[in-house]
Design a protein. Structure first.
Length: 201
C-alpha cells in the first residue's frame, strides 16, 4: 500500500536558475516542490491522519488502537500549533534569513517572511553578489540572526553574519535519536521555536 503524505498539501514551489555561458546555453529556470512540509504543524496533522488510515487499513484488527493513538497525538499537535501561533505573534521581527528554504512552510503558517536563503539548492554555494544582497536585506529589515542548520556546514552563514554584524543561530528541521531535546517531532518544533524567539523577539 502506497501512502503519499503530501497528497492534498498546497505545495510551495521553488525556482532554480541555470545559466551556462561557457556552453552558450541561455538562462533557464526550473521549479521544484519544496519537500519540508512537516515544518507546518497543520500539515503534520494531515500526515498523521493519513498514516492512521493506512495502518488501520493494513492491520484492521488493531484499527481502534491506531485511531485512538492518532486522536491523542493530533490533540498534542493542536496544542503545539496554538503555542507556536501565540509565540510567533509576539515576534518584533517577522523577516528572517535561513540556510536553505526548509522554513517556507513554517513561515507561511505562522506569518513570517524569508528575505534571504544562503543555499537555494543544497550544495549550490551563493555567489559574492548573492551574499551582498543577503547582507543588504539583513540590514534593511533589521534581522538579528542568520539561521544555519546542523546538517550543513555553517561557514558561509558565519561569513554573512560577520559581514552584517549579527549572530548565527542553529535551527534543526530533522532532529534525531539521541540528540538532546530533539528526539521527537514535538520536541524538535519546541526547540526551533525557542531558537526563533532568541533571534526574532
Amino acid at each position: 500500500m502506497k501512502v503519499v503524505l503530501s497528497d492534498g498539501v498546497d505545495l510551495i514551489h521553488e525556482k532554480e536558475h541555470h545559466h551556462d555561458e561557457k556552453a552558450g546555453k541561455p538562462h533557464s529556470e526550473e521549479t521544484f516542490a519544496n519537500p519540508h512540509i512537516w515544518l507546518d504543524v497543520e500539515i503534520a496533522k494531515s500526515m498523521v491522519k493519513r498514516i492512521v488510515i493506512a495502518l488501520a487499513s493494513v492491520d484492521s484488527g488493531h484499527a481502534l488502537y491506531y485511531e485512538e493513538r492518532g486522536i491523542k497525538y493530533i490533540a498534542e499537535l493542536d496544542r503545539l500549533d496554538q503555542t507556536i501561533y501565540k509565540e510567533t505573534g509576539k515576534f518584533k521581527i517577522k523577516q528572517y534569513v535561513a540556510f536553505h528554504p526548509a522554513w517556507d512552510y513554517f513561515a507561511r503558517r505562522y506569518g513570517l517572511e524569508s528575505v534571504g536563503v544562503i543555499e537555494s539548492v543544497p550544495g549550490k554555494s551563493p555567489t559574492p553578489l548573492d551574499i551582498k544582497n543577503i547582507v543588504g536585506n539583513i540590514k534593511k529589515h533589521g534581522v538579528k540572526a542568520v539561521f544555519a542548520e546542523p546538517q550543513f556546514n555553517p561557514k558561509v552563514a558565519e561569513v554573512i553574519a560577520r559581514e552584517a554584524g549579527i549572530k548565527v543561530l542553529m535551527l534543526d528541521p530533522m532532529g534525531g535519536p539521541g540528540i538532546k531535546e530533539r528526539e521527537s517531532y514535538i520536541d524538535i518544533m519546541k526547540y526551533n521555536l525557542a531558537v526563533l524567539q532568541e533571534g526574532m523577539l
